[in-house]
Design a protein around this ligand. Structure first.
Ligand code: NAD
Ligand code: ZN
Length: 819
């Protein structure tokens, strides 16, 4: 490489690394894996050492990747917060050990090994036993002061007491979001139709930098500590320091070990390679540090990293699997996402059976064929991905994957807009997942606020024809009797891309055998989750032999299932069995497979298929089929549901308007429009000019409003909602609560208020013409100071010269203009 080429490449790498650093540290996003990022950095460091003339002082190889933000106060670190050198290879670890030995001129040293926790670094400063400051790493020299947020983490001690506590000291550790919490948050977000958090690290980092500590408190962050700093601590090894902070009550992960040689370090690394997946958080490697502080001092630092420590990072594991089939999921907005069903393979502590394929382009890029052997990798993401196809293992005559052209949920021809990667189902009115999206929006807490109808129940009501649009909810009241015992369609069923109904293996085995409890079957399957379907079934036969219940009969029944799965041509899905195959085994005397298969194309539950087939069955067979059915609607649930539906009729007009889901009408816009026009009738009759007069209404919104009211179906639905008594105009008492006293004001409330709940204060500010703002900035007109307003927020407000007023003063302001 010529010097010129090197310089160009160095510039290019610098740009790229800075870009990814910015995404990673400022926006909590990633576009490439850590491994790929580390490779870029490694290449840069190599080139800079070969061509030192091009090494710039602000090169990303010389600096810690993060920086400070504008939202927080900044504080100088007393001791710089550095990065760590890292490697993915054992040879480099040995080379590191050689450098240490050479630097110290002997081999008389020990390492202290810890897991490398994948979270956000934090520094806590204590004075006289009290936590005075929590600061992020920032650019390594100074960081953001996030004390209020950190104080919400339960196991961070705010005071420590005891003997010999130094007057001033600093502990450092890693804030993280436990996997379980992360999964819980994402499950909730999914149920609410919100975007999922990408991984626990990003989520933790985003949470630490939130402006509102009450939201941080809800996130259940946790922290592990691994460093103690200070002038007169009285310890001379890392091990002693760790013991000390443990005694003071800091949370230290019990995963550390002292190692006397690099060989012991390698054994530690090996031990944790798989075991680390049992820890409550993500880890991406091991940090080894010299134990002795004097020896550390001898070796010192480079600009960015200590010479006495290094991180060994585990490579993202990859495994080979086989593509069984592709399921196409239809989202609430009609977007299609293909998901690969794979033969189960053990990867990074879990069994992987599915991988995301994103869109049609990804399938093309991989050149995916039916039955292909594929490499799956699990990085920081939740869902594993297919990284490549092993072409050499492609089955002969395998056909390339044909992307679907019709919606698997409703059969409508799919569309793909120019420049967009995803296909869409344009049937917004009756495609079940899209109807689901609309209904969920309608029910949402901030819309009609009906909460006893979970996703699964709504989905069932849609699938079974009870609900086509939100107005149908109000008809349910007269159908309560019918709903009792209705089968829920979600969990245990799946549909193949050509619309065949599948049922969970657990349920299928339950119905096809006798005298074996459902729980015993679930437990058996959980323990055999690694095996491909056919092997599971063979194992299940041995299981039957072992428990010895109706042995001959049950084994025969499972054998028949194995045989018919082989004989029929249904696409394979791990853990699910085509309903026609199961039903055929049960009712084959009455009706042939083709007929059952056809019936299962249009129906979503066993119950419905049986109704449709209309066969004269009874007694034992009927009981067997009952074993296939899902959970049903129970009385308590139904009465709650009816209660919720009834009380939703009290929701004010602005909520109803928001609930309608007119494109581009969010919560705020709904409020503004409701207040301006006072009734839906007025809004509907408004012309373009009148609409544009309203503050915040632009051409796009005008078009959406016109489009909405031009649609006969929408008008019919509104009439129906009206007839059920929903509010389509502003009520008198609402009018009384409104004024323009807060016009042009930007307002924030902080701390606990006595007269309002959190969301209520937002409504009140807006009802009086003001704008509610979520963070402290110069632009604020004033802050309503509640009880226990955080001192740092207060300090910041004072620094920026923002006025603070009491809750009482605020009450007076808004009551002046009200009759
Ligand atoms: N994918 C991307 O786009 C992208 C972009 C930037 C950075 N990154 C990744 O982020 C990391 C950046 O490096 P970095 O500068 O934050 O250094 P680093 O994460 O490699 O090492 C230093 C950090 O490790 C953490 N740590 C965890 N456990 C520790 C322990 N037991 N002892 C000491 N420290 C511990 C500390 O927070 C410390 O600040 C790399 O892993 C890199 O791959 C990825
Ligand atoms: Zn559709």
């Amino acid at each position: 490489m010529t010097a010129e080429q090197a310089q160009a490449r160095i510039q290019e790498l610098t740009r790229e690394i800075n870009y990814h650093n910015h995404l990673y540290y400022q926006e909590d996003k990633t576009e490439i894996s850590d491994f790929d990022f580390d490779k870029l950095l490694e290449e840069l460091i190599r080139l800079e050492s070969e061509f030192p003339q091009f090494l710039l002082p602000d090169s990303p190889s010389q600096r810690v990747g993060g920086t400070i933000t504008k939202e927080f106060e900044t504080a100088q670190h007393e001791y710089r917060m550095l990065s760590l050198g890292n490697t993915y290879s054992e040879e480099e670890l040995l080379a590191f050990d050689e450098r240490v030995a050479k630097g110290l001129e002997h081999r008389n040293y020990e390492y202290f090994c810890e897991m490398k926790f994948d979270g956000v670094a934090i520094s806590l400063v204590y004075e006289n036993g009290r936590l005075v400051r929590a600061v992020t790493r920032g650019d390594g020299t100074k960081g953001d002061v996030v004390t209020e947020n950190i104080k919400t983490i339960r196991n961070i001690p705010l005071h420590i007491s005891g003997e010999n506590i130094p007057e001033k000291f600093e502990v450092r550790g890693e804030i993280f979001l436990p996997r379980k919490e992360f999964d819980k948050i994402n499950a909730e977000r999914e149920a609410n139709g919100e975007a999922l958090l990408a991984n626990p690290r990003n989520a933790a980092s985003g949470t630490v930098k939130m402006q509102d500590s009450s939201i941080v408190a809800k996130r259940r962050l946790n922290c592990y500590f691994y460093q103690l700093l200070g002038d007169d601590i009285g310890v001379s090894t890392h091990q002693e320091a760790i013991k000390l902070i443990e005694n003071w009550g800091f949370n230290v992960s019990q995963t550390y070990a002292k190692c006397r040689t690099i060989k012991e370090v390698l054994a530690y690394i090996d031990y944790w390679r798989e075991k680390r997946f049992e820890l409550p958080l993500d880890t991406d490697g091991v940090v080894l540090k010299l134990n002795d502080y004097d020896q550390r001092e001898e070796l010192g630092f480079t600009a960015k990293i200590p010479r006495w420590a290094i991180a060994y990072k585990y490579k993202a594991e990859s495994a080979e699997s086989r593509l069984l089939s592709i399921t196409y999921q239809v989202g609430r907005t009609g977007a299609i996402t293909p998901v690969a069903n794979l033969s189960p393979v053990h990867l990074a502590g879990t069994t992987v059976k599915r991988a995301s394929l994103h869109n049609a382009n990804e399938i093309l890029r991989l050149d995916l064929h039916e039955g292909d052997a594929v490499l799956v990798e699990k990085g920081g993401e939740i869902i594993p991905k297919i990284t490549a196809v092993v072409e050499a293992s492609r089955p002969p005559a395998a056909k390339p994957i044909q992307y679907i052209d019709h919606c698997p949920e409703c059969g409508t021809a799919l569309e793909r807009k120019e420049g967009e990667a995803k296909h869409f189902c344009p049937n917004t009115k009756s495609c079940p997942p899209q109807v689901l999206g609309k209904i969920e929006h309608f029910l949402h807490k901030r819309a009609m606020d009906i909460d006893s109808l979970g996703t699964e129940r709504i989905r069932t009501l849609i699938d079974q024809g009870y609900i086509k649009d939100p107005s149908d909810l109000y008809d349910l009241q007269s159908k309560a009797d019918e709903l009792l015992g209705l089968e829920m369609s979600q969990d245990q069923y799946q549909k193949s891309d050509d619309g065949i109904l599948y049922i969970s293996l657990t349920k299928a085995l339950f119905a096809l055998t006798e005298q074996i409890a459902l729980s015993a079957i679930s437990k058996f399957l959980e323990q055999n989750t690694d095996l491909p379907l056919e092997d599971v079934l063979v194992q299940f036969q041995s299981f039957i032999r072992k428990i010895n219940k109706k042995t001959a009969q049950n084994i025969g029944s499972v054998q028949r299932l194995i045989d018919s799965l082989k004989a029929t041509n249904f696409p394979k899905m791990e853990e699910y069995i085509p309903v026609p195959v199961v039903l055929h085994q049960l009712i084959g005397n009455y009706v042939d497979l083709d007929k059952i298969a056809k019936a299962s194309l249009q129906e979503n539950t066993v119950h419905r298929i049986m109704l449709k087939l209309n066969l004269p069955i009874s007694g034992e067979l009927e009981d067997r089929i009952k074993k296939l059915k899902a959970n049903t609607f129970q009385e308590g649930v139904i009465s709650n549901m009816m209660e919720g539906i009834k009380s939703s009729k009290e929701q004010p007009f602005e909520k109803v308007l928001f609930a309608l889901g007119i494109r581009n009408i969010g919560e705020n816009t709904a409020q503004i429009l409701a207040r301006h026009f006072k009734s839906l009738e007025n809004l509907k009759n408004a012309n373009g000019e009148q609409l544009l007069e309203v503050n915040g209404v632009g051409d796009t919104l005008v078009t959406s409003i016109f489009e909405y009211f031009a649609d006969e179906d929408n008008l019919r639905m509104i009439e129906k909602l009206k007839s059920h008594g929903l509010n389509f105009e502003i009520l008198e008492e609402e009018k009384a609560l409104q004024s323009n006293v807060l016009e042009d004001m930007k307002i924030l409330a902080s701390g606990k208020l006595n007269n309002f709940k959190r969301d209520e204060i937002i409504d009140i500010v807006e009802a009086n013409g003001g704008q509610y703002v979520k963070s402290v900035s110069k632009a604020l007109t004033f802050i309503i100071e509640g009880e226990d307003m955080g001192p740092s927020k207060k300090e910041k407000a004072e620094k920026l010269g923002v006025k603070l007023i009491s809750e009482e003063e605020f009450m007076q302001m808004i009551s002046k203009n009200q009759k």
